[in-house]
Design a protein around this ligand. Structure first.
Ligand code: FAD
Length: 500
């Protein structure tokens, strides 16, 4: 069938995929987006929409101290053994991509205050991340509004939708609108499981649909931008990814890695397969994880009742600390009644306190001794931990873990978070190791071409986002790196495919 041949096939519909599809459609290529679920956006639609795209006009307009050079210095200080060519490709193309997107009447970015995750040379005060400007839902064409995956609180908890699309919602809606406007095709319910080849070149994909298997052909290339394999427990276990599929933040039924496996069948090389973008996750009553940041008070202890890190660390850094010892997963977050028994942090979702207490994911008591008993922790150890922490709070300095010393620690509160555990009742919430996705996958080059182990490119095959091995390795340098890098390499893939 003629309409099953396109210039470019994009697999997945997150921020990277839709950037690639929008730019390809704008450049006059015929493009199809294949999405396995019935909604577009994946984890990108749940996200805050922060994009780490250094050196662009957006930071300049905001009077932000960002520059490509300072971003280069920042990454150089954080990354061990970086792929310098890909880092340079990212840094060079990031401002070009922002200019290209902002050149479109449907797209506008703004600077977003959000501190970078490491106190390292080149760091910019209050960060250099940018985000798509919010957009009213009724300003989006209905076919797009109907396709955008709902925000996390609506998708997972059934809460009300939003009249204004912000963050990742705005990103997905704006890009999807460009795809439709410029004649692109979007097919949901297409689960890509295989790649078609002809004379060593990728020429299309095989996908499962409700009506049976289909094949689609691509004249210029296939871009795999279909997330990682965070939702597949056997793949996680095989590759040693800490945490569990049940605890990931990826939407149900999304990222289970079939496209990565399909590329491996063609000889694609992989790297970083044990890595993810991690976060501490309040365990929910349905056994799933959650995303938490911005601690306002309280402390985290392991199964022995001892603190092990600054609770205000950027979430991936805290998650990695959790992963270092088995007694830290699960952990307990201990807090007092200063916020009326609610978790003193941003938690998405938090869950209902009464339901947590009923299910045992939270325990509550009027004394610390009784709390320790309910947690199954030695009361003397917990008492000592809390007394020591309260001493630090009185002194205004955390001698063990330096909490509140960094601008990130106090960003969400605007003031100290090192507050004593005081008024009862006391609550302990179970925390597991959650993630925003895996970040290991296909090895790619500066054009986002998928490479074999010998370094040769598989013609016609590109990858970006969590389908590819991250350009920043096992580090999460700053807010917006997952989306920023996914978008840049999808754009570079389209440039290469269009030129070929
Ligand atoms: P996704 O966005 O998950 O998209 C993958 C899509 O591919 C899905 O729709 C999936 O259904 C589809 N797919 C999978 N397999 C197939 C297949 N076989 N065939 C067809 N389709 C398939 N990152 C940032 O950079 N900035 C932020 O502000 C930010 N905030 C976050 C906030 C939250 C609450 C969460 C959960 C995450 C956040 N992240 C943020 C992380 C970021 O959202 C993800 O790392 C990123 O979106 C991953 O992009 P992706 O395109 O690789 O995958």
């Amino acid at each position: 069938m003629t309409d099953d041949t396109f210039d470019l096939i994009v697999v997945g519909s997150g921020g990277g995929a839709l950037t690639g599809a929008a730019l390809a459609a704008k450049a006059g290529l015929s493009v199809v987006v294949l999405e396995k679920t019935d909604r577009c956006g994946g984890t990108s639609a749940y996200s805050g929409g922060a994009c780490w795209l250094p050196g662009s006009a957006v930071q300049q307009r905001a009077g932000n101290a960002d520059s490509t050079e300072s971003a280069r210095r920042y990454l150089a200080g954080l990354l061990d053994d970086p792929d310098k060519e890909r880092i340079e490709a990212f840094l060079t193309h990031a401002p070009e991509l922002v200019a290209e997107l902002e050149d479109d009447p449907g797209f506008e970015f703004e600077w977003l205050a959000f501190p970078e995750y490491f106190d390292a040379p080149g760091r910019v005060p209050m960060g250099r991340s940018i985000q798509p400007v919010k957009i009213r839902r009724d300003a989006v064409v209905p076919e797009v509004a109907a396709l955008v995956r709902p925000p996390l609180e609506q998708d997972r908890q059934g809460l009300a939708g939003r009249r204004t699309l912000t963050g990742g919602q705005a990103l997905v809606a704006r890009l999807l609108a460009m795809v439709f406007r410029d004649g692109g095709t979007v097919r949901t319910g297409h689960r890509v499981t295989g790649l078609l080849t002809s004379r060593d070149r990728v020429t299309g994909v095989r996908a499962g649909t409700a009506d049976g298997p289909v094949e689609l052909r691509a004249r210029r290339g296939v871009l795999l931008a279909s997330g990682g394999f965070e939702g597949d427990q056997p793949l996680r276990s095989r590759n040693g990814v800490p945490g569990e599929a049940a605890w990931t933040m990826a939407p149900s039924g999304t990222n289970t890695g079939e496209p990565i496996l399909a590329a491996q069948e063609l000889g694609a090389a992989t790297a970083l397969l044990d890595q993810g973008w991690f976060c501490p996750g309040p365990l929910q009553t349905d056994g799933r994880g959650s995303f938490a940041l911005g601690v306002r008070s309280g402390l985290m202890v392991d199964a022995t009742g001892r603190r092990y890190a600054n609770e205000c660390l950027p979430y991936d850094r805290f998650g990695r600390t959790m992963a270092q010892a088995p007694e830290r997963v699960p952990s307990w977050f201990v807090f007092d009644d200063r916020e009326g028994g609610r978790l003193p942090m941003i938690a998405m979702p938090e869950g209902d306190a009464a339901a947590h207490l009923e299910a045992g994911t939270w325990v509550r008591a009027d004394t610390l001794d009784d709390l320790a008993a309910a947690m199954g922790v030695d009361a003397a150890v917990l008492g000592e931990t809390v007394a020591r922490f309260n001493g630090f709070a009185a002194e205004g300095a955390d001698a063990d873990f330096g909490r509140d010393a960094d601008e990130y620690d106090t960003f969400f509160t605007g003031g100290p978070t090192l507050l004593p555990i005081g008024s009862p009742p006391f609550t302990a919430a179970t925390f597991v190791l959650s993630d925003l996705g895996t970040k290991g996958g296909l090895v790619t080059d500066v054009h986002a071409r998928v490479l074999r182990a010998d370094g040769s490119a598989i013609d016609g095959l590109y990858a970006s986002g969590n389908t590819s091995a991250s350009v920043v390795g096992p580090v999460y340098p700053a807010p917006g790196v997952p989306l920023g890098t996914a978008m840049v390499f999808a754009s570079l893939a389209v440039r290469h495919a269009a030129a070929g």
